[in-house]
Write a protein that binds this ligand. Structure first.
Ligand code: NAP
Length: 673
C-alpha cells in the first residue's frame, strides 16, 4: 500500500488533519502504513452539521427507507471487500479473522436492514407496548412511542474490529434515524477509513448522515448535548474517563459503554475426558485464544474445569496449541497472525507478568518469543494455569488482550458459579455440558453477571456460532466491568438512539401521531374490497365492514362433528349453564374465527397471497345460538419483507347484533407491495 495521510470526513468533504500527524505502522513488519490526524477540524461544526443536516434528512425517511439504505451499504462493502481484505492483513489479521470483521460487518448491516423491514412499520414512529386504557369511556388513553433523537451519535471504536465495530453501531443508529460521527481507534483507522469511503462512494447516504474523525476528538465532548448519544467500545479506563466528562454528566448525555471483559468458559461437572463435550471445550478454548490473536472482547480468558480433570484439560489444550502456526497472516499456512502493534504486544506481555505474579504459571508458549517475521507484533499463544483461583484474584481481573487464557479448577457447581461471577460482569460465558440439570443450575446462578450465555454440547456444536461471536439479533454487552450497556439485539439496539415518550390522548390522536390504526380511532369505510388492493394502495385505517350472519345450533353441532371439538360449553346445555361463565351453549371460538374469515375473505387470487398468522386473539363476549356476527377489518400497519412481498397487519373486530365486541385479533397477511 502507498503510504498516505488518512482523511477525515467532515461536512460531507474529505479533509486532511493539520499539525502533528501520528504514524501507523504495519502489524506485520513495522513499516509505515499511513499517517493520521484530526488537527484543525471544526468539531462543534461537525456536531451541528449532523444535527441540522444529517438528522433532519434521516428523520424524513421511514424505517423501511432507512433499512433499504443500510442494505445498500452492506452490499457496497461486499462488492469492494477485496480492497478491505488487503488492508486487513496489515492489522495482523488472517483472512479468516478479516472475514469476521469485513463480511461479518456487512452481514450485520444486512441483518439490521432485514429486521427493520420485517419488525418495524413503514413509518417514523415505533410503538412501545400496548395501549393503556386510562378512562372509563376510552376517550383518554396512553401509548408509549419511540422517536428518533435529534442529536448526533458519537461512535468511539476499539482497534480490533475496525469494520464490524463501526458497522454494528452504525446499523442501529441509521435505522433509528440518527446521524453518526465515527471515531476509529488510531492503530487500525486506515481500514475503517477505507470502509467509510466505500459507503460514501455508494452515494446512498444523505448529507450529514455519517462523518469520520481519524485522530483525537479535540473539543467535541465540550459541545455535546442531551439529544446526543456517545457509544463507546474500548477499555474500562477510557470509558470511565469519557463518561466522567463534565458535559456528559451535566447534560445527561446517553452513554453506551462496551468495555473489557474476563469471559469464562466452563467444562460441565459431568463432562470428563472421553466425552464429546470435553473435546468441544478444548477446541473452543484454543479457537478463542488464536482467532484474531485473541484480541476479541469476547475471547475466553478463564477456562474452568472440575479439579479432577484439570491435568487432562491442560494436556489436551497444549497438544492442540502445538498445531497452531503463527506467522504472516497473508500466508495461508498461518493459523494465527500478529497482534495489532508492538505496543499492544508489550501490553499483553506486561499483563501476563501480572497474572504470573498472582500465582498463575505458564504451561504453554513463551511470552518473550517473537515467532513471525522481523519487526512484526507476533507472539506465541500463552496458556496459563492457576491452581488456586480462589485467592489469586488477578486471574478474574487482569485482562491480557491477546492470545492468552488461564485454566483453573472448580470444586462443584456452586463453586464454578462463584468463580465465573468473580469477573464482575462479562460479555459472554459458555458452558459445555449435556446435563440439563447442570445447565439450569449454572445459568440461573450466573446469568445476572453475563450478557450472553451459550450451552454447547454434542447436539448443537456443529451448528453453534461459537463462544466469541456476537450476533446482530442477540444483545452484545454485559453488566458491571463489561460496561453495563447492550448493543445490537435486533430492534433493542435501535432504541438506544430513540427517545421513549408516553403520549396521552384520544385514540384518534394516538393513531394520527403513531401513523398506525389504534382501536377506537376513526376508520375509513372503503369502496371495493381491500384484498383486491396492493399494499401501496392501502391506507392505514381503511376498513371493510362485512354483512352479518346468524349462528345457529345446527352450525355449532355441525362444527363439533366436523372437527371433533365437543367441549361441554358447545354441546351440553346444562353443564354450560352451570358454569360461572356461560348462560347456555355457545359457539366455538374457532367457529367464530372461521365464520369471520368467511365474511371478510375475498376469494380470488390477488395481492393478498396468504394468511400468515393471528396475534393478540381475545374472545370477549360469548356468542349464543341465534346471535349474529359481523366483522370490521381494518388496515393497522404495513411492513415490507423484501422488494416483492410485504406483511399487512389487519385489526379484526367481530361484533354481535348489539354491537358488542365478541372477538378481536390481528390478522397478518403476506401481500404484494
Ligand atoms: P482504548 O485504548 O480504550 O481505546 C478505545 C477507543 O477510545 C479508541 O478509538 C481510542 O482512540 C479512543 N480514545 C482513547 N482515549 C480517548 C479520549 N481521551 N477521548 C476520546 N477517545 C479516546 O481501547 P483499545 O486499546 O482500542 O481496545 C482494547 C480494549 O477494548 C480491550 O480492553 C477490550 O476488552 C476492549 N474491547 C471491548 C469490546 C466490547 O464490545 N465490549 C470490543 C472490543 C474491545 P485512539 O486509538 O485514537 O487512542
Amino acid at each position: 500500500m502507498k503510504t498516505a495521510q488518512l482523511l477525515n470526513y467532515s461536512h460531507d468533504t474529505w479533509i486532511p488533519g493539520s499539525g502533528q500527524l501520528a504514524e501507523i505502522a504495519s502489524a506485520i513488519d513495522g513499516s509505515l502504513v499511513a499517517t493520521t490526524g484530526s488537527g484543525g477540524l471544526d468539531f462543534k461544526g461537525m456536531l451541528d452539521h449532523a444535527r441540522t443536516v444529517g438528522g433532519p434528512a434521516l428523520r424524513k425517511l421511514t424505517f423501511h427507507e432507512r433499512a433499504r439504505i443500510i442494505k445498500g451499504l452492506g452490499l457496497a462493502i461486499l462488492d469492494r471487500k477485496e480492497e478491505l481484505y488487503e488492508l486487513n492483513y496489515l492489522t495482523g489479521a488472517t483472512r479468516k479473522d478479516g472475514w469476521i470483521d469485513i463480511e461479518g460487518g456487512a452481514g450485520t448491516l444486512l441483518s439490521f436492514s432485514s429486521k427493520g423491514r420485517r419488525e418495524l412499520p413503514d413509518a417514523h414512529v415505533l410503538l412501545d407496548g400496548a395501549l393503556e386504557p386510562l378512562s372509563k369511556n376510552g376517550t383518554f388513553q396512553g401509548q408509549h412511542i419511540y422517536t428518533s433523537m435529534h442529536g448526533a451519535a458519537v461512535h468511539i471504536n476499539a482497534f480490533n474490529f475496525p469494520v464490524w465495530g463501526m458497522l454494528e453501531k452504525l446499523a442501529p443508529t441509521l435505522l433509528a434515524g440518527m446521524p453518526a460521527i465515527v471515531k476509529p481507534a488510531s492503530s487500525t483507522a486506515y481500514l475503517c477509513e477505507a470502509a467509510v469511503r466505500v459507503m460514501i462512494d455508494s452515494g446512498l447516504l444523505p448529507e450529514g448522515a455519517v462523518q469520520l474523525i481519524v485522530g483525537g476528538v479535540g473539543d467535541l465532548f465540550d459541545h455535546l448535548g442531551g439529544q446526543d448519544v456517545v457509544s463507546f467500545t474500548g477499555s474500562a479506563a477510557t470509558a470511565l474517563k469519557l463518561k466522567s466528562h463534565p458535559v456528559v454528566q451535566r447534560e445527561s448525555v446517553r452513554f453506551v459503554a462496551e468495555q473489557d471483559s474476563l469471559n469464562a468458559s466452563i467444562l460441565g461437572p459431568e463432562a470428563g475426558p472421553g466425552t464429546p463435550e470435553f473435546d468441544l471445550f478444548v477446541k473452543e478454548v484454543v479457537n478463542e485464544m488464536t482467532v484474531k490473536a485473541g484480541q476479541k472482547c469476547t475471547a475466553i480468558r478463564r477456562a474452568m474445569a472440575p479439579a479432577k480433570h484439570l491435568d487432562a484439560l491442560e494436556a489436551a489444550i497444549r497438544e492442540r496449541l502445538g498445531k497452531t502456526t503463527v506467522g504472516d497472516p497473508r500466508d495461508q499456512e498461518s493459523r494465527m497472525g500478529s497482534l495489532v502493534s508492538c505496543a499492544q504486544r508489550d501490553d499483553v506481555r506486561a499483563q501476563v507478568q501480572k497474572l504470573i505474579a498472582a500465582g498463575a504459571r505458564i504451561v504453554a508458549g513463551d511470552p518473550a518469543a517473537s515467532p513471525g517475521p522481523d519487526g512484526g507484533a507476533f507472539m506465541d499463544p500463552i496458556l496459563l494455569r492457576a491452581d488456586d483461583p480462589w485467592t489469586a484474584s488477578a486471574v478474574h481481573d487482569v485482562e491480557a488482550f491477546g492470545p492468552v487464557s488461564t485454566i483453573m479448577p472448580y470444586r462443584d457447581s456452586a463453586d464454578a458459579i462463584a468463580l465465573a461471577n468473580r469477573g464482575m460482569g462479562s460479555l459472554a460465558l459458555s458452558l459445555f455440558t449435556h446435563s440439563p440439570d447442570a445447565a439450569r443450575e449454572f445459568i440461573q446462578g450466573a446469568a445476572s453477571f453475563h450478557g450472553r450465555m451459550l450451552v454447547i454440547n454434542r447436539d448443537n456444536a456443529a451448528e453453534s456460532t461459537g463462544h466469541g461471536s456476537p450476533l446482530p439479533v442477540l444483545v452484545h454487552g454485559g453488566p458491571g466491568r463489561a460496561g453495563g450497556s447492550e448493543e445490537m439485539g435486533g430492534i433493542r439496539g435501535v432504541k438506544h438512539y430513540m427517545q421513549r415518550t408516553a403520549i396521552q390522548s384520544t385514540p384518534a390522536m394516538l393513531a394520527a401521531i403513531s401513523e398506525q390504526y389504534i382501536p377506537g380511532a376513526p376508520k375509513h369505510f372503503v369502496e371495493g374490497h381491500p384484498f383486491t388492493k396492493r399494499m401501496g394502495e392501502l391506507r392505514i385505517g381503511d376498513t371493510l365492514k362485512t354483512t352479518s350472519r346468524t349462528v345457529t345450533i345446527a352450525d355449532i353441532e355441525h362444527f363439533a362433528e366436523f372437527t371433533g371439538d365437543k367441549f361441554y360449553a358447545h354441546m351440553d346445555e346444562e353443564a354450560a349453564k352451570a358454569s360461572p361463565i356461560f348462560e347456555g351453549r355457545v359457539a366455538h371460538g374457532y367457529l367464530i374465527l372461521s365464520f369471520a374469515a368467511g365474511l371478510f375473505v375475498w376469494p380470488d387470487p390477488g395481492p393478498v397471497l396468504a394468511n400468515t398468522g393471528l396475534e393478540n386473539l381475545r374472545f370477549l363476549t360469548p356468542l349464543y345460538p341465534g346471535d349474529s356476527m359481523r366483522v370490521e377489518l381494518t388496515v393497522r400497519s404495513k411492513s415490507l419483507k423484501s422488494e416483492d412481498s410485504g406483511v399487512v397487519r389487519w385489526a379484526v373486530e367481530v361484533f354481535n347484533q348489539k354491537d358488542e365486541l365478541v372477538a378481536t385479533y390481528d390478522l397478518l397477511t403476506e401481500n404484494l407491495p
